[in-house]
Design a protein around this ligand. Structure first.
Ligand SMILES: [Zn+2]
Length: 320
């Protein structure tokens, strides 16, 4: 009790504050997401995400190398194909946009390359799976996810990251990878992915807006936390090596819950809308953007993330 206890003693000097900080954030904790668009010759800015560009196959390795140069250890790739069809078949083409980008990045850098794995950027209707009528056919979709995983593995991906939120997707991917002799390739599962308004800018960048309906039949309802834990547990039982919470800052309670309950590594995705909001307020001078970004990344790590996928990765790493 006061006056014996004085909390301010440990706050008096920056050196002592550092010693007792508890949470440390390094560029090594960050993964940089990159959009690669097969239709482009040069990179093209994403309007709602200042500082972020869609890369072409010609520019993607340079952008990845720029992240590597400032100490970021990994990138995650999202592809935009030349042609889309009902079945999203460009997603598992061996010479498709993501396999091509993986090869270029692996030639140019020693980065770990993670491949996002879904169908929504590849289907003409913009949904995450094959349709039967107006509904997604879960079980046929996860078979296709397996094919995508193998095409990404063959191109040299270090990890595949299924983001479609189909039931059984991790088991299907694990089996497909094992059958193709990739039993040592890890799966980073987007386990606890919420149906979020914060994905808005991404859908512009990745051209993956559904032509009808929305994703609430598979992504999680923001009002539930217990389902997030169950989803993560199921993914681990199916063979996931790492589980993810997405978005990050609005779901710190979910991150903390998973951290308490699970013994697996946990990733968090600071999504496009989180990035856009911080950038917009920073541009207006409404707060110190650099400090706000550091604070949000620290909060995400403190809540339980082992690493963070963030569009700020390159920028943050360049500053520290
Ligand atoms: Zn999707």
């Amino acid at each position: 009790m006061f006056p014996t206890t004085r909390m301010r003693r440990l706050r008096a000097s920056p050196r002592v504050r550092d010693l007792v900080a508890g949470t440390r954030l390094s560029p090594k904790d960050l993964v940089y997401p990159i959009f690669v668009d097969e239709n482009l010759k040069e990179s093209k800015p994403v309007a709602a995400m200042p500082g972020i560009h869609r890369q072409s196959l010609r520019t993607v390795a340079k952008e990845a190398a720029a992240a590597a140069d400032v100490g970021v250890p990994a990138v995650i790739l999202f592809g935009i194909p030349k042609a889309k069809d009902e079945a999203g078949s460009a997603a598992y083409a061996k010479d498709g946009v993501v396999p091509a980008a993986i090869r270029r990045i692996k030639e140019a850098t020693d980065l770990a390359v993670i491949a996002d794995l879904c169908l929504c950027e590849y289907t003409s209707h913009g949904h995450c799976g094959l349709l039967r009528g107006s509904r997604i056919d879960n079980d046929r979709t996860v078979d296709v996810y397996g094919k995508i995983a193998v095409s990404q593995a063959l191109a040299g991906a270090d990890m595949v990251a299924p983001s479609g939120m189909m039931d059984g997707q991790v088991a299907a991917i694990r089996k497909a990878l094992d059958d193709a002799d990739f039993e040592e390739l890890p799966v980073l599962a987007y386990s606890s992915k919420y149906a979020s308004a914060f994905y808005g800018p991404f859908r512009e960048a990745a051209e993956s807006v559904p032509k009808f309906g929305d994703r609430r039949s598979h992504q999680m309802d923001p009002r539930t936390a217990t389902q997030a834990l169950k989803e993560a547990r199921l993914d681990l039982q199916e063979g996931a090596d790492i589980v993810m919470v997405k978005p990050a800052l609005p779901y710190l309670d979910v991150l903390a819950l998973l951290r308490r309950e699970l013994d697996a590594p946990i990733a968090a995705f600071q999504v496009s809308g989180e990035y856009a909001a911080l950038k917009a307020a920073g541009a207006q001078g409404w707060f110190d953007e650099e400090a706000a970004v550091r604070e949000t990344l620290t909060a995400i790590k403190r809540a339980g993330a082992d690493f963070i996928l963030t569009y700020f990765a390159k920028e943050y790493a360049a500053r520290v």
